[in-house]
Ligand binder design. Structure first.
Ligand code: CTP
Ligand code: CA
Length: 223
């Protein structure tokens, strides 16, 4: 029973997965972040390990236990996550970006706690590097899979991201649905490649992770 899902489809493959939110500091006590729970990324890490891969999980701050037999690299900001991702590049066959990376960070981090003053405060934010796009640009790039978190026009936005970021596959997530996505134990997604798309109906994230990796492993094998 324990080996029911040990397909070995990723035996010998080195898989790197980003997961969770990033936190972008404003000052020593405050940050900008998002509601990502990390559950999907952690489920993918577990499923990849079970499928025989050597797995590195690069995780932002989450409330989840480290998966067994997975190398966990804990990071905080998008800048840290990019550095950790680039450090794995030489030894990576498959890169899956499930992290909800903050798109912007405060332009400066105040050294001291920002004091309450006027009735309004203005923050200047600067764009963070795009981690998955940076990986996908590399000469010796791994097979690269991204996620697309969308509230509307899921299909069009997901296909556009697949192209723009030069990804091999993208997993689109409708985050406007309350029953799935951020924080939920279940998810429903569509997996796109340049060859077409596959729908995965709502199911437990652990089961979905296994099914997604089975589909990804098939594409990886034909390369
Ligand atoms: N991503 C990343 N680095 C960033 C932003 C996003 O690696 N700075 C990755 C995510 O991990 C995901 C994919 O890019 O795999 C798409 O993330 P998403 O937030 O849906 O897309 P964005 O390109 O940031 O566009 P937008 O938020 O405007 O929809
Ligand atoms: Ca984004």
């Amino acid at each position: 029973l324990a080996n029911r899902f040990t397909t070995g489809a990723l035996a010998g493959k080195r898989v790197v997965i980003t997961a969770g939110p990033t936190r972008e500091a404003l000052d020593p006590v405050r940050y900008i972040s998002n509601h990502s729970s990390g559950k999907m990324g952690y489920a993918l890490a577990r499923a990849a390990q079970e499928a025989g891969a050597e797995v590195t999980l690069i995780s932002g701050p989450v409330h989840l236990p480290a998966p067994d037999r997975v190398t966990l690299v804990s990071v905080v900001s998008a800048t840290d996550m990019l550095a950790a991702a680039l450090a794995t590049l030489e030894h990576c066959d498959l890169f899956i970006a499930s992290a909800a990376v903050a798109d912007y960070r405060p332009a400066t981090i105040a050294e001291q706690k920002i004091k309450k003053a006027g009735d309004e405060i203005q923050l200047t934010l600067v764009k963070n590097p795009d981690i998955v796009a940076t990986i996908a640009q590399h000469k010796n790039r791994p097979f690269t899979v991204g996620f697309a978190a969308e509230t509307n026009d899921v299909d069009a936005y997901a296909r556009a991201k697949l192209e723009r970021k030069n990804l091999d596959m993208i997993i689109a997530n409708d985050v406007s649905r309350q029953d799935i996505g951020f924080g939920a134990d279940d998810n429903a997604v569509t997996l796109y490649s340049k060859h077409g798309s596959t729908e995965f109906t709502v199911m437990n994230k652990a089961l979905l992770a296994r099914q997604l990796l089975a589909a990804i492993a098939i594409q990886l094998a034909v390369l």
